[in-house]
Design a protein around this ligand. Structure first.
Ligand SMILES: Nc1ncnc2c1ncn2[C@@H]1O[C@H](COP(=O)(O)OP(=O)(O)OP(=O)(O)O)[C@@H](O)[C@H]1O
Ligand SMILES: [Zn+2]
Length: 731
């Protein structure tokens, strides 16, 4: 009899022991009884019978699912690190690492899948016959390049488009077991036209070429449009040729088909793509193809860091400062940190790229822990964007835009160029209030004003997504005179339509671009110059290439200057710099105007006059002086409950545990319980404890000792609480 340790997907920070007739490899999935349920767990080791109490109570496994481990030894090490470092339940960590069908116990080896392909008739048909049905046309065109998974095609192009094409007999369905050829991509790989790298790019590429099969972390700090992507492309070419695969992580909304197309075009090989909007079947297929070594390149968002590879040669994290790399619920891991951990285990290089590096990464580069590669000039002769502040005080406003800014916009539009207007809020206006008594219409569940959405004729809470009908009168004084306050994208768009009747505009925010295709099509239309004015939120700041934009106008970011979050300045500086980077990327010079009521604010002055890299180095000095991350380690314990006293009381007891002295260890400082920046959300009151320590080790040791006591607190069952290691968000 062997005793097997299994990570079972339950929210408990421990492993469970089962008995089996023989030993099993770690990383194999097993089906186990758990109370009244049957769950799919992962074997992580065996246990010495001498260490087991109540040995006759140990239950047998129900069933062994895999012959071969689904989680390879390197990834098991990563899992181990994850549950230790993030103090998370091992079974939940394992599940997070697996594609959904495998969590449910389905076979890990490829099984028959239904594919769509062109029929004989389809192959002889001209796609022009479909131009009046755009979705059918798009699906047909995609199938011209090869088969698609049927479920994926239905999701992407709509079930009705697929149905019509089937009815027209232009396409057909086939069932096939996919076959994978390890490094099969090499047979078709052809390196396309490659620009001659400039001096700085050449230095970076040469440095990266020296790093093969070594664990080295490099920060590629390159101003916007400096050709970072070109460096990635040239750096990975020799690896692909040497049968080494490459994983590229990109931010959540930075993963556009343009990015993927650029890699496909350069190497003429299919690229595996992983993001949250894929079907489970499609994700599993990429997982299998990468694992078999069939894919040379995988590009994906945060969780792609868990993809198995046959021979991984390099990891790249593009826009490494982006907040979407940190998961903000459940297993709150940071994909950038995990990438470092993974690169170390595989003994391969990790490349972090950004125009606006996170202060953590920059500090590691400046202190020599990372190799520091810099691109200080834009590629292909483009000039850097001139940045200016526009004093908004005492200026007349039209729909949130000052007259001064309108004049500048007019010059750019009249010159036949495109203007990008950044507004930090979607919707029509961020609040509605009574003109008579001043009462604001509030979401009672969050204690925050509702955002007015005129297009839907509703109010929407951006914190809990709750909506309500537009009120007709004030709840306090019953006056019918309700007015809106502030400006959102919807209002700016409407205003600009009046102010610029001859210029075509497009709004880009999460209300107008739902789904990847919509964003892709809009971006294409922008680059075909179908629009002159682009109005949008953060989405517009992320890595897009707009060759015709010459002016970026930022309407209002003053709020961020006075935030209680110590990272607010860094986030604002990154946003502003990335926005500026959208202008003047091609032959025409670009400028950015930032409209503000605080034109003398030191942060804005520094950014505009000296740029991000100066700001960031200065901000690091400030962080050091104030003893803030990255110079100290931080952990937050959050608790929320409908009864605020419960959440507060629970954290107070946690604090007592965290302050309990441990031998030979200097304890952390524990602040709070403080209300979170969003004090109330969805009807729950929210508090946090902030634990700081100059050193990571003692901080984690303290938490490790306190956690079992915290878990045993009876109040813990009545509140929602969580542990956040290296937090990035205090909302
Ligand atoms: N050495 C080069 N010679 C000519 N053109 C180049 C060179 N390197 C890059 N480019 C071109 O310059 C433009 C910007 O390059 P790229 O997109 O690689 O920059 P980036 O630093 O990744 O941009 P961002 O971070 O702002 O998104 C692209 O059109 C690219 O093709
Ligand atoms: Zn709400």
């Amino acid at each position: 009899m062997t005793f097997i340790q299994v990570a079972v997907p339950v929210p408990l920070r421990q492993l469970f022991t089962y008995q089996h007739t023989r030993s099993l490899n770690s990383g194999v999935r097993v089906e186990v009884p758990f109370g009244p349920r049957t769950l799919v767990g992962v074997v992580v080791g065996t246990q010495d019978p001498a260490d087991i109490d109540n040995i006759d109570k140990i239950k047998p496994l129900n069933r062994v699912i895999d012959n071969e481990p689904v989680i390879a030894p390197v990834l098991l090490k990563m899992a181990h690190w994850l549950w230790q470092y993030y103090h998370h339940a091992p079974g939940e960590v394992m599940h997070a690492m697996l594609p959904v069908p495998l969590r449910k116990g389905e076979a890990a080896t490829p099984s028959a899948q239904r594919y769509l392909q062109l029929s004989d008739e389809g192959r002889q048909t001209d796609s022009d016959t479909l131009t009046r049905a755009p979705k059918q046309h798009a699906c047909f065109m995609a199938l011209k390049h090869g088969q698609l998974l049927a479920v994926e095609a239905r999701k992407q192009y709509s079930p009705s488009a697929v149905k019509s094409l089937l009815q027209k007999a232009l396409i057909e369905e086939v069932d096939q077991v996919p076959e994978f050829t390890p490094f099969g991509y090499l047979a078709q790989m052809q390196i396309g036209q490659t620009p001659v790298p400039d001096k700085e790019q050449a230095v970076a590429i040469a440095a990266l070429n020296q790093q093969h099969n070594k664990f080295v972390i490099s920060l590629l700090e390159g101003v916007t449009g400096s050709g970072k992507t070109e460096v990635y492309l040239q750096a990975i070419a020799p690896l692909l040729e040497a049968k080494q695969q490459v994983l590229i992580l990109v931010p959540e909304i930075g993963l556009t088909p343009q990015t993927v197309a650029r890699f496909e075009k350069r190497f003429s090989i299919p690229v595996g793509v992983l993001h949250s909007q894929l079907t489970d079947a499609a994700r599993l297929l990429v997982w299998q193809r990468a694992r078999a070594g069939e894919l040379g390149i995988v590009i994906g968002t945060r969780s792609a860091i868990f993809t198995p590879f046959k021979h991984l040669g390099m990891i790249i994290v593009d826009e490494e400062h982006d907040e979407s790399f940190k998961q903000q619920d459940g297993l709150r891991y940071h994909a950038r940190d995990l990438a470092a951990m993974r690169a170390k285990e595989h003994r391969i290089p990790l490349l972090l790229g950004s125009a606006t590096p996170a202060l953590e990464s920059l500090n590691n580069a400046l202190t020599g822990r990372y190799t520091h590669l810099q691109l200080t000039r834009r590629a292909g002769g483009a000039q850097s964007t001139q940045q200016h502040l526009l004093d908004a005080r005492d200026q007349p406003f039209h729909y949130g835009i000052t007259e001064g800014l309108l004049t500048i916009m007019r010059q750019h539009v009249n010159a036949g160029n495109q203007v990008l207007v950044f507004v930090n809020r979607r919707g029509f206006a961020p609040a509605m209030l009574c003109h008579h008594c001043g009462e604001t219409v509030m979401c009672k569940r969050c204690d925050k004003p509702y955002t007015v959405h005129k297009a839907q004729n509703r109010l929407q809470c951006h914190h809990c997504a709750g909506t309500r009908a537009m009120p007709r009168q004030c709840e306090a004084c019953h006056s019918h005179e309700l007015v809106t306050a502030g400006t959102g994208t919807e209002q700016v768009e409407q205003g600009l339509a009046r102010l610029f009747p001859d210029a075509k505009q497009v709004r880009i925010d999460s209300d107008t671009v739902r789904g990847k295709d919509k964003l892709h099509n809009t971006l294409d239309a922008i680059n075909r110059q179908e629009y002159q004015i682009l109005v949008g939120t953060q989405i517009l700041s992320k890595g897009h290439h707009f060759p015709h934009v010459t002016l970026v106008a930022v309407l209002d970011c003053d709020g961020a200057l006075f935030s209680a979050d110590f990272r607010a300045a860094e986030k604002l500086a990154q946003l502003v710099t990335q926005l500026a980077g959208r202008a003047g990327r091609a032959s025409k010079p670009g400028e950015m105007w930032l409209q503000t009521h605080n034109p003398h604010h030191p942060l804005l002055q520094d950014l505009v006059n000296n740029g991000y890299s100066h700001f960031a180095r200065h901000a690091l000095l400030e962080r050091k002086a104030a003893a803030l991350p990255p110079f100290i380690s931080q952990i937050i314990i959050r608790a929320e409950a409908t009864d605020s006293a419960l959440a507060f009381g629970f954290l107070q007891q946690c604090k007592t545990q965290l302050l309990m002295p441990i031998d030979n260890i200097e304890g952390p400082s524990v602040g709070g319980p403080f209300p979170c920046l969003m004090e109330k959300r969805q009807g729950r009151y929210r508090f946090m404890l902030v634990c700081n320590h100059a050193k990571r080790g003692p901080l984690h040791a303290t938490l490790r000792r306190a956690l079992p006591y915290m878990q045993a607190l009876p109040e813990g069952a009545k509140v929602r609480w969580s542990v956040d290691i290296d937090p990035t968000d205090f909302s």
